[in-house]
Design a protein around this ligand. Structure first.
Ligand SMILES: Nc1nc2c(c(=O)[nH]1)N[C@H]1C(S)=C(S)[C@@H](COP(=O)(O)O)O[C@H]1N2
Ligand SMILES: [Mo]
Length: 321
């Protein structure tokens, strides 16, 4: 029935331009959003998805949101995509080649826990339903290096709305895939895989919290966390979990990857603060990726006007490490 209303779908892929395929797919998805017939249509989408083809490629570059401005030059695309932290593929910075082994289609995303109705959705479908925009954000790694990049993505708050969490939900837990066959780092069993991160619901619905799907006006490369990763620029970079497969709403605070490894060094809140030293190094300055320049680190990485009030009344918490 859906196919009858969308004759373009009957074309073999070879007869359709990528653009028309995309438009048709998007139209179908729009229709589904109205009719909420997601479950029934999933096999249709799956049968059209050719391995590693990006049906959303036409969404890039997305319009830039001028609200988020930088105080510094953008990092070069080459630097941001070849100097990475992604422990699943190794504990060094040159993981970009190893990360190409990660299969990202199909990519099922589970949204569950304290929600009205748990759902499983293909990442490509989820992305097509969300409002994509480009934002220039700073990124401050806890290791005291930083970059500034044009992410493409959608507000995490849009996903929270889509998920319809129950009133009792207090935290959103996000987890990375688990696939030690391709992610050789996951063979190191002393790490608490899968990489897990969490935010309070107030943090997750703050306007800055972004689910990233692209960078430099293109779909996100695997080494940067394709197909979906978080960007919470007021927190140390390790909070920005990559290659997410599950969003779980919970009443209790999750135990996060780095907190489990070294709770004295990497806590749950991990808000950037130049005055709170890491047990092993100062956080007062940061080295800018690419130029190597050392610049002062800012409280909340410069995003205090957006987020400082999230922490009112939480002075008893270890908010900055
Ligand atoms: N799954 C997963 N997510 C992760 C990491 C990781 O090792 N695994 N590293 C984190 C750290 S420490 C940083 S600084 C950023 C790095 O993101 P980038 O490589 O896109 O710059 O990803 C974060 N997200
Ligand atoms: Mo980091």
């Amino acid at each position: 029935m859906l196919i009858k209303t969308l004759p373009g779908w009957a074309l073999p892929e070879s007869a359709a331009t990528p653009e028309s395929l995309f438009v048709n797919r998007r139209r179908l998805i729009m229709g589904l959003a109205a009719g909420s017939m997601l479950a029934g249509a999933a096999p249709v989408l799956a049968s059209l998805a050719r391995a590693e083809d990006d049906p959303n490629a036409g969404l890039y570059p997305a319009p830039r949101n001028a609200r988020y401005v930088l105080d510094r030059e953008l990092t070069s695309e080459d630097d941001a995509t070849t100097y990475n932290n992604f422990y699943e593929f190794g504990t060094h910075k040159k993981v970009w080649k190893a990360a190409q082994k990660l299969p990202i289609r199909p990519w099922e995303v589970v949204i569950d826990g304290m929600v009205e109705k748990p759902i499983t959705i293909e990442a490509d479908e989820l992305i097509a339903r969300m409002p994509l925009e480009e934002r220039l954000y700073r990124h401050r790694c806890v290791e005291a290096w930083s970059m500034a990049v044009p992410w493409t993505g959608f507000p995490l708050s849009a996903l929270v709305d889509f998920a319809r969490p129950l009133g009792g939900a207090k935290y959103l837990t996000m987890r990375t895939f688990q696939n030690p066959d391709v992610a050789r780092g996951q063979g190191q069993s002393w790490y608490p895989w899968p990489y897990t991160e969490g935010l309070t619901i107030a943090e997750a619905t703050n306007e800055l919290a972004l689910i990233v799907t692209g960078i430099y006006g293109k779909p996100l490369p695997k080494q940067n966390g394709a197909p979906l990763r978080l960007a919470v620029p007021w927190k140390y970079g390790f909070k920005s979990v990559k290659s997410i497969v599950r969003f779980e709403f919970t009443e209790t605070r999750p135990s996060t990857f780095w907190e489990e490894i070294a709770p004295d060094e990497y806590g749950f809140w991990a808000n950037v603060n130049p005055e709170v030293t890491h047990p092993r190094w100062s956080q007062a300055t940061e080295k800018v990726l690419g130029t190597g320049e050392s610049v002062p680190t800012l409280l909340f990485n410069g995003y205090g006007e957006y987020v400082a009030d999230l922490y009112d009344g939480l002075a008893d918490q270890r908010l900055y490490a």
